[in-house]
Design a protein. Structure first.
Length: 243
């Protein structure tokens, strides 16, 4: 009888120890924010408008208590690869569903798209420069100015004004998906760029003195040429006179 009581006591003590250990572990997890949840993060700076690829992404563990519905979990990687970013994501930052151009109804203020130290400036173009409405926020462009150096059309010249400028908005379109048509009639001829203060001054003067033309770049082309020639009527019609 004593042996049976002793064994029962040992079993009760063992169960108590196990329950205590489980309680301590659970308490520690709750105190630390719960269990780890793998979420996606950027392993490099991903600019606005970039199409997401697997090599741009990594996985980090975030405590369950700190995981929001906006976080993209590691299991959802196939859903975000191939999707264009509607917000810039810095290296080391978690990828959020609101960063992707698949959200409807999310508000994206233009001011939030302007990087620190930069300015947003809107220029007036035409349907040709916006490529028939195919120009999109996040694209990179070169800006050319055509103006007269003197009197008469023969004195007109074209100079490259800006290289690799970021398009922040086209009309009212800031890259936010919407139901139905965006903007208003004629708004697509207004293109908003992210530029430095000095570039904003140059664009303001150039738009006042001549005509601006946009050239679309490949998303992978970030080359900026240090030297570039001015194109004149003579250099086109009489190439031998070109410098």
């Amino acid at each position: 009888m004593n042996r049976t009581a002793l064994l029962a006591s040992l079993v009760i003590v063992a169960i108590g120890v196990v329950l205590l250990v489980m309680y301590e572990r659970r308490y520690e997890e709750q105190t630390a924010g719960g269990t780890d949840v793998p979420v996606l993060m950027a392993v490099q700076d991903i600019p606005l408008g970039t199409v997401v690829t697997e090599r741009m992404l990594g996985v980090r563990n975030v405590r369950e208590a700190y995981v929001e519905s906006r976080h993209v979990r590691a299991d959802d990687v196939s859903r975000v690869v191939g999707v264009r970013l509607s917000m810039e994501v810095k290296a080391g930052e978690s990828l959020l569903w609101s960063d992707l151009a698949i959200q409807v109804g999310e508000r994206r203020d233009l001011s939030a798209l302007v990087k620190s130290g930069m300015r947003a400036i809107t220029i007036q173009t035409d349907d040709t420069s916006t490529f028939g409405g195919l120009l999109r926020p996040g694209d990179h462009i070169d800006v050319f100015m055509t103006a007269a150096r003197g009197t008469g059309r023969e004195t007109r010249a074209t100079v490259p004004l800006l290289q690799n400028a970021l398009v922040l908005a086209v009309g009212r379109d800031t890259g936010e998906p919407q139901d139905g048509p965006q903007g208003r009639p004629g708004a697509d001829s207004q293109v908003t760029l992210g530029v430095t203060l000095s570039q904003a001054q140059e664009l303001t003067l150039a738009e006042d003195r001549g005509r601006l033309t946009l050239a679309l770049r490949s998303p992978d082309d970030t080359t900026v040429l240090a030297e570039h020639a001015t194109t004149t009527v003579a250099s086109v019609l009489e190439p031998e006179r070109a410098p």
